[in-house]
Design a protein around this ligand. Structure first.
Ligand SMILES: *Cc1c(COP(=O)(O)O)cnc(C)c1O
Length: 375
């Protein structure tokens, strides 16, 4: 936990559960990504954390934005982003959302299907479009599954069709899965996209852009490679496959921009034991429904700090406070917490700046949505 957040928690003792978020850290992360990949245009994936304070700071840094819905498009515009700096990156968009974005001046849209392409041709005529390719998500702790993207052969047909429909066939995109811990996933995806680039050029379609998506990991319980390792792999693969004919390169980091900028402060509601089972159950005042949704399947393994760190530990299951059997954070991931931990202790859940606040449910069991402090 950084000093600024630690000081805020100590001085203010805010009611729990709450997220305390260091805006300066966003700037540091953004600059580190830009330094590592100076040739890439950075489109912050707004859905990771759409707080206006974050968008404001990123606008000041000349970031661009990847929006998943029309409300996110409008939040970026409200923060002062130019419409030309916004990509509507969701492949699943309502007609009304396409129209509103197009009217607002947004002119870059993702798609991965015939029907979405037809919608774009009708409701965002002339726009730049890019097709999302289905790529392997192996190595990702939060894979994006087969829900998005299409096959290379289908993408080829779609890009040819885009031109016929009066759209600008601008480029191709992929996403290797979120919290991606292997650099090879980007290399494999770039190789796949590069082949289609060449193939389409031979067919008379001159693409100009490759969108490498997001996926860069944050350090949770386990160490992960740093941004430089990913940048080296990406630049190596781009140079190998595109040589001097380097297209525009876009990246859409979400998690890696905001993840380690936030800390959830929570309270232990109860520590209990079931008979003589050595595993204690630790119930916090935040759980799966309070915002820690990425603990689904114990996929994202957060780190915890407690007032008793350094003392003797024992095995625990960690759960949320609701009367719902699914509201368990970790039961199988071999978590250990101090034996001295007791009701009323404050604990911190580290690196919770991404994909937490917006996942919090509304009043489930009467609990208020997660409070947020941007400092
Ligand atoms: C969610 C998403 C991202 C951000 O992914 P991270 O893993 O948070 O970096 C980028 N692009 C698209 C299209 C997304 O849906």
């Amino acid at each position: 936990m950084n000093n600024k957040i630690a000081r805020f928690l100590a001085d203010r003792q805010p009611a729990t559960p709450c997220l305390v978020f260091d805006i300066d850290r966003v700037e540091a992360n953004f600059r580190a990504i830009r330094d590592a990949l100076p040739l890439a245009q950075i489109y912050y994936a707004v859905k990771a954390n759409p707080a206006p304070q974050i968008l404001d700071r990123l606008v000041k840094l000349d970031s661009r934005f990847d929006a998943a819905g029309i409300e996110e498009v409008e939040a970026c515009l409200a923060a002062g982003a130019a419409p030309s700096a916004i990509s509507f990156g969701n492949t699943i968009k309502k007609i009304s959302a396409i129209r509103r974005a197009h009217e607002a001046g947004v002119d870059m849209f993702a798609f991965d299907s015939d029907e979405e392409l037809a919608k774009l041709a009708e409701h965002a005529p002339g726009a730049r479009v890019y097709c999302r390719i289905l790529v392997e998500n192996d190595g990702a702790d939060w894979p994006l599954s087969r829900k998005f993207g299409t096959t290379v052969a289908h993408a080829r047909a779609l890009m040819l069709r885009a031109g016929e429909l009066g759209l600008d066939p601008f480029g191709l995109s992929f996403h290797v899965g979120s919290q991606q811990t292997t650099t090879g996933s980007y290399e494999a995806a770039i190789a796949k996209v590069a082949m289609l680039f060449t193939d389409l050029r031979d067919a008379g379609v001159n693409l100009r852009m490759v969108n490498l998506g997001g996926g860069f990991p944050v350090r949770y319980r386990d160490e992960v490679p740093g941004i430089d390792a990913f940048a080296n792999a990406i630049m190596g693969a781009m140079t190998e496959h595109f040589g001097n004919a380097m297209p525009d390169m876009l990246i859409e980091p979400g998690r890696s921009v905001v993840g380690d900028a936030g800390v959830v402060s929570a309270e232990v509601v109860l520590v209990s034991r079931k008979g003589d089972d050595p595993v204690r159950w630790v119930y916090l005042d935040i759980g799966r429904f309070g915002g820690l949704a990425e603990t689904e399947g114990e996929a994202i393994k957060y780190r915890f700090t407690t007032p008793h760190d350094g003392g003797e530990t024992g095995p625990v299951a960690i759960a949320g406070p609701t009367c719902d059997g699914a509201d368990i954070l970790y039961e199988r991931s071999n978590y250990r917490l101090p034996l001295a931990l007791a009701s009323g202790d404050r604990v911190e859940v580290l690196a919770t700046g991404a994909y937490v606040t917006t996942y919090a449910s509304q009043r489930f069991n009467g609990f208020a949505p997660l409070a947020e402090h941007y400092i």
